[in-house]
Design a protein around this ligand. Structure first.
Ligand code: FAD
Ligand code: AMP
Length: 472
């Protein structure tokens, strides 16, 4: 087995292949700031992990400054050491990437440090970091080359003044005025980090609908909460051009009222990601790509070439680490003769803002559009004892179930720890549970999870801690 790419899709696939007895090599070209090869791909080195490390640190700081007093804690003067915060983040990343190297060693996986290129007949040409070249051959090849930030002509990157998401995870000082192009998942998470650390943050988003992929009842509330945190989110604002000045960047954008300019000290371009597949295969290999550069695969991640599979951000589906990992496991098991399935309908999405937004399954808008008759139960955290004890009362849980069968079709959570709570909904849905099943499950008290219980009860109009609707 040869796996190209050691992100969460590729490295997990390699481990599962080795577990199943395949002699496995994993080729990866990633190098850290010091030029040292590192496993883990975007997720560990420049994505999920460093962003969550900084979200945690910045939230800690914001709580000390703003929430401590509410709990009767006098924190005194709270100071910021951004280089130390970055160093902690780098240690977290380093420890985890080293952990994968240890897992590779313990599973007997050969880590090949360099660039891989697919040739015909499941051969792979490798250019090692040192410059040496070699050609490997295998019975099966898994392509897991991931994705890269989308670049736009309107905002070409420039040193540390106009950066992509990777750059915005490395700054050692807080910009006074920060602009972000794109109020999607990554823009909101990075905006939250730097806003909490003191920057004035403006997000320019071309779409007029905020977070169009999520349930709009929750995103409407989230938009109000984020704006209260002084995240200046401007919707319907299409960035047309940027101009560097002596000490910053002037952005020109267009909205319904016409053209505007915005002066910032630094700018982040967070307008999405694109598959990393250019030049991945020689022309003779004949690897088929979809529009947009994604590797064409069937429902089992098989490409058009016999014995060649592709997984993760490089193929269709949500660009999420856990989606890629599950595809990697499924491909390894299918090659070993098993019959695994990835349930694409049950993949949770999370936005790690405060409060967090997490969901699985269909939104209310999607159900309406599909003409599916549904019932909805909503429970606000304001009515949760644990949320009150935590002083985390923003948000709600919403359960959507089929009107005829009561099968849960979607669960949407806006609230503290939504990223953890959503796992319970994923399990319920994976077992084809009904809202009645959740309603009849005994939840520990006092927990935030009780809000999921109450939302399920609310589907049947029997939530216990909600006021009865007034009759007119
Ligand atoms: P990648 O992680 O991109 O790894 C691909 C690897 O292949 C890289 O190491 C690359 O160097 C290597 N490679 C590419 N081409 C070659 C080649 N020809 N030869 C050798 N090596 C090659 N997702 C979540 O689920 N949760 C989150 O909280 C989250 N937060 C994110 C935050 C940020 C700021 C960003 C940018 C992304 C975030 N994501 C998150 C998305 C997540 O990082 C990706 O979905 C995930 O990394 C995709 O995994 P992958 O294995 O397909 O590819
Ligand atoms: P995501 O795909 O979640 O990372 O979000 C990227 C966001 O960037 C999308 O919501 C796009 O609408 C937005 N976007 C893309 N190009 C521009 C642009 N030129 N100006 C403003 N927003 C943009």
């Amino acid at each position: 087995m040869i796996v190209i790419g050691a992100g969460p899709a590729g490295y997990v696939a390699a481990i599962r292949c080795a577990q199943l007895g395949m002699k496995t090599a994993c080729i990866d070209e990633w190098r850290d700031h010091q030029g040292v090869p590192a496993l883990g791909g975007t997720c560990l080195n420049a994505g999920c992990i460093p962003s969550k490390a900084l979200l945690e640190s910045s939230e800690f700081y914001a709580r000390l400054r703003e929430a401590a007093a509410h709990h009767g804690i006098v924190a005194g003067e709270v100071a910021l050491d951004v280089p130390a915060m970055m160093a902690r983040k780098d240690t977290v990343v380093h420890d985890l990437t080293e952990g994968i190297a240890t897992l590779f060693r313990s599973n007997g996986i050969d880590w090949i440090q360099g660039h891989g290129r697919l040739l015909p007949e499941r051969k792979v040409h490798v250019t090692l970091h040192g410059g040496d070249e070699r050609t490997l051959a295998a019975g099966h090849v898994i392509l897991a080359t991931g994705s890269l930030p989308v670049a736009i002509e309107a905002a070409p990157l420039h040193a540390d003044r106009i950066v992509d998401s990777s750059g915005a995870l490395e700054w050692t000082s807080v910009p006074r005025r920060l602009g972000i192009i794109g109020a999607g998942v990554i823009g909101l998470e990075l905006g939250s980090v730097w806003r909490r650390l003191g920057a004035e943050v403006t997000l320019l988003e071309a779409q007029t609908v905020f977070l169009a992929m999520a349930d709009q009842q929750l995103t409407r509330s989230a938009l109000v909460l984020f704006r209260k945190q002084a995240l200046d989110i401007r919707l319907g604002a299409l960035v047309k051009s940027t101009r560097l000045t002596d000490d910053g960047v002037v952005i020109e954008y267009q909205d319904a009222d016409g053209m505007h300019t915005l002066a910032v000290d630094r700018l982040v371009v967070a307008v999405g990601r694109t598959p990393c597949t250019r030049g991945l295969a020689s022309a003779e290999a004949g690897l088929l790509l979809d529009e947009g550069g994604f590797i064409h695969v069937d429902e089992h991640c098989a490409t058009n070439l016999p014995g060649v599979y592709a997984i993760g951000d490089a193929v269709r589906g949500p660009m999420l680490a856990h989606k890629g990992s599950e595809e990697g496991i499924a491909v390894a098991e299918r090659i070993a003769g098993q019959s695994p399935e990835v349930n694409y309908e049950r993949i949770a999405s999370v936005i790690y803002t405060q409060p967090e937004i997490a969901w699985v399954g269909k939104t209310e808008e999607a159900l309406k559009q599909a003409g599916i008759d549904y019932r909805s139960g909503v429970f606000p955290f304001l009515a949760s004892g644990r949320a009150r004890a935590m002083h985390e009362t923003d948000g709600m849980v919403k359960v959507l179930s089929d009107a005829a069968t009561d099968r849960v079709l979607g669960v949407h959570i806006l609230g503290s720890h939504a990223s953890e709570l959503i796992g319970q909904a994923v399990i319920a849905m994976e077992f084809d549970g009904s809202s009645e099943d959740i309603a009849r499950t005994v939840f520990a008290h006092p927990t935030l999870s009780e809000a999921l219980h109450e939302a399920a009860l609310a589907v049947g109009k029997r939530a216990l801690h909600l006021l009865k609707p007034r009759r007119s």
